[in-house]
Design a protein around this ligand. Structure first.
Ligand code: SAH
Length: 252
């Protein structure tokens, strides 16, 4: 079962049905389908339907609960989204980290996860926030920190999607995936040949060679090279050395 099916977005006490429609749209664009409502102020209407722009299936499927406690009763991780930073004694996460934690938890068997969003005017109550394991704050302008409800839903839904895609893409993304990583000795061989080649092409021009070699060493250490990649680089260096030799023979 994909992780995203274990992630629900819970809207608490929403005042404008239009925002519920827009939230459904925001979720569906990011591949999320589980919208849950807690005591909405008004029933879903024409505006909600219009603002959902084709995500009315999410509206139709959305269960409605009387309290937040009931809506998250079976959850293993509950993330409370709050426009006001540091209001409660909860660890506060950036949206990106929250997305990653949610997807990690939802990848476990039975790892139900909820993102909880508050009322347009007053947000979540302290009691509601206390039902959450962690708070999530979108680092907005401190003097104007409150996003529209559906805009906040969009940001979190996007981060969930990124975390899902990241999980799927991992194997292909790693450099030289499937190739054996270069050994320490192979890297030292590469660095040694780099030193000789830079001399041969007169790269240093009187400067101390250590600085350039140190930077190159750092660059290649970061690059997590495979054996094949080291061979390719050494082949290029060997050709550069050969050309330098030919050039100096031509001069003599
Ligand atoms: N005036 C309310 C803001 C409500 S906005 C308040 O001060 O709390 C409606 C909901 O959108 C919020 O309850 C929250 O869940 C979400 N939201 C809005 N801005 C946010 C932000 N910067 N970070 C995280 N969630 C936010």
């Amino acid at each position: 079962m994909p992780a995203s099916t274990r992630i629900r977005f819970v809207l608490v006490g929403t005042q404008h049905p239009g925002n519920i429609g827009a939230a459904a749209r925001a979720m569906k664009t990011m591949g999320l389908a589980r919208l849950v409502l807690v005591a909405p102020e008004k029933p879903l209407d024409e505006v909600a339907l219009r603002r959902s722009a084709g995500a009315e299936d999410l509206l139709g499927d959305a269960p409605v609960f009387a309290t937040l406690a009931e809506a998250v009763a079976d959850c293993r991780l509950v993330l409370g989204c709050t426009a006001r930073s540091r209001r409660v004694q909860l660890e506060e996460l950036l949206p990106e980290v929250a997305g990653q934690r949610a997807v990690a938890k939802a990848s476990e068997e039975g790892g139900e996860v909820a993102f909880v969003f508050g009322r347009e005017r007053t947000g979540l109550t302290n009691e509601e926030l206390q039902l959450c394991h962690l708070a999530v704050h979108i680092p907005s302008n401190p003097e104007f920190s409150s996003l529209n409800l559906a805009a906040a839903v969009q940001v979190l839904a996007y981060e969930v999607r990124m975390a899902v895609l990241e999980g799927q893409a991992q194997p292909e993304r790693e450099p030289g995936y499937g190739e054996a990583p270069a050994s320490h000795a192979q890297l030292e061989g590469l660095f040694g040949q780099f030193g000789e080649t830079l001399d041969a092409i007169d790269f240093h021009k009187g400067r101390a060679p250590e600085s350039a070699l140190r930077k190159l060493r750092r660059l290649f250490m970061k690059a997590d090279l495979s054996e094949q990649e080291v061979r390719l680089l050494r082949g290029i260096l060997a050709d550069a050395q050969r050309m330098a030799r030919l050039a100096s023979e031509g001069r003599n």
